[in-house]
Design a protein around this ligand. Structure first.
Ligand code: NAD
Ligand code: TYD
Length: 350
């Protein structure tokens, strides 16, 4: 039986990955290591929490001693590292958390893997999950390729870029068997409502203002989260050692077009008059250093490992909106208490 340690498994993408692995690989023992920050929520995993091949460990990747102990105890054959501080706006308000978790935390995992596997790392794999934001901001044309030079511009993307460099350095210098992927913006169920899509779905539902940064002309390339999880599965099992794979949906939207689409779909689903939800759109002060455009070229992954996205965006956004409308309790549970404080600090001064 193989043991796979997945970090950040109580978060948005991590919980989808854990569900996929627990169900698809009954012969693997899946250990979910998560600190349960504001973004980590064990409710995301209720359907598999009692599975015989699943175990949860509450731990902070910044605590090197604890991480060594976890590796000592479980002796993982593979690590899939997703734990991170992940929201750009929070990295602007408080960069240090990002530096500790994303950089120091990743270094602690690398050191623990190196110590545990020693010179005998045959059959082992350290998979680092990263973002396309490390490549910086595109103009009107072009795509991010695996060899695009790094040019991170937010504390979030700079901390992820640092962690990517560290992972690759451990591969080249110490022979750590690794693979890295850089993915575009994800959407789907269980995403914390600080990110654009769940935040706006929740605000439309509650008839609250929709705070569009700047002119709403920034472009993001959206991928359904379950397609990202499928890509991670393929790369983990078939990706080449020391390689990087870009993951994306070839699905670019300006923020304002995406927001108008969500308003239209939600007017229909909520039985509102056409155009009612759009009236909630409010242009607010732009995000500092706001990257203009992200767009991924995932040809390498498609050609070498045969991965293609399974879902068209129009279908995916319908499914996503349905999920949030059907899971009001999930949303209500995480938008009480600390969330209100965050929301007020983030949005009242804009
Ligand atoms: P998320 O914020 O929803 O979840 C992060 C998880 O990490 C949470 O469960 C949190 O409790 C845990 N965590 C945070 N700090 C920790 C620490 N110090 N120790 C242990 N656990 C800790 O994030 P997400 O959107 O699911 O992103 C997961 C990964 O994928 C991140 O590495 C992110 O950079 C990357 N990524 C995200 C996207 C996206 O669109 N969301 C796109 C590409 C790449
Ligand atoms: P976000 O979901 O935070 O992802 P990222 O910044 O990592 O791409 O934001 C997606 C886009 O939506 C980004 O261009 C910023 C914009 N945005 C708003 O206009 N208003 C908001 O309240 C939020 C959270 C984001």
């Amino acid at each position: 039986m193989k043991t796979i340690l997945i970090t950040g498994g109580a978060g948005f993408i991590g919980s989808h990955l854990i569900r996929l692995f627990v169900n698809k690989y009954p012969d693997y023992k899946i250990v979910n290591l998560d600190k349960l920050t504001y973004a980590g929520n064990l409710e995301n995993l209720i359907d598999i929490e009692n599975a015989p091949n699943y175990e949860f460990v509450k731990a902070d990747i910044v605590d090197a001693d604890v991480i060594f102990e976890v590796f000592e105890k479980y002796q993982p054959d593979g690590v899939i590292h997703l734990a991170a501080e992940s929201h750009v706006d929070r990295s602007i308000a408080n960069p240090n958390e990002f530096i500790f978790t994303n950089i120091v935390g990743t270094a602690n995992l690398l050191n623990a893997a190196r110590k545990t596997w020693g010179d005998n790392s045959k059959g082992k794999r350290f998979y680092h999950v990263s973002t396309d934001e490390v490549y910086g901001s595109l103009g009107e044309t072009g795509f991010f390729l695996e060899d695009t030079a790094y040019d991170p511009r937010s504390p979030y993307s700079a901390s992820k870029a640092s962690s990517d460099h560290l992972v690759r350095a451990y591969g080249h210098t110490f022979g750590l068997p690794l693979v890295v992927s850089n993915c575009s913006n994800n959407y789907g169920s269980f995403q914390f409502p600080e990110k654009l899509i769940p935040l706006f779905i929740n605000n439309i539902r509650n008839n609250k203002a929709l705070p569009v940064y700047g002119k709403g002309e920034n472009i993001r390339d959206w991928l359904w989260v379950e397609d990202h999880a499928r890509a991670i599965d393929v790369i983990f099992h078939k990706g080449k050692n020391l390689e990087t794979y870009n993951i994306g949906g070839h699905n670019e939207w300006t923020n304002i077009d995406l927001i108008k689409l969500m308003c239209k779909v939600m007017d229909r689903k909520l039985g509102r008059n056409k155009g009612d939800s759009e009236k909630l759109i409010t242009y607010v002060k732009d995000r500092a250093g706001h990257d203009m455009r992200y767009a991924i070229d995932s040809t390498k992954l498609q050609k070498e490992l045969n991965w293609v996205p399974s879902l068209q965006f129009e279908e995916g956004i319908e499914k996503t909106i349905d999920w949030y409308l059907e899971n009001e309790d999930w949303m209500n549970n995480i938008t009480s208490g600390d969330y209100e404080k965050y929301y007020n600090e983030q949005y009242t001064k804009r």
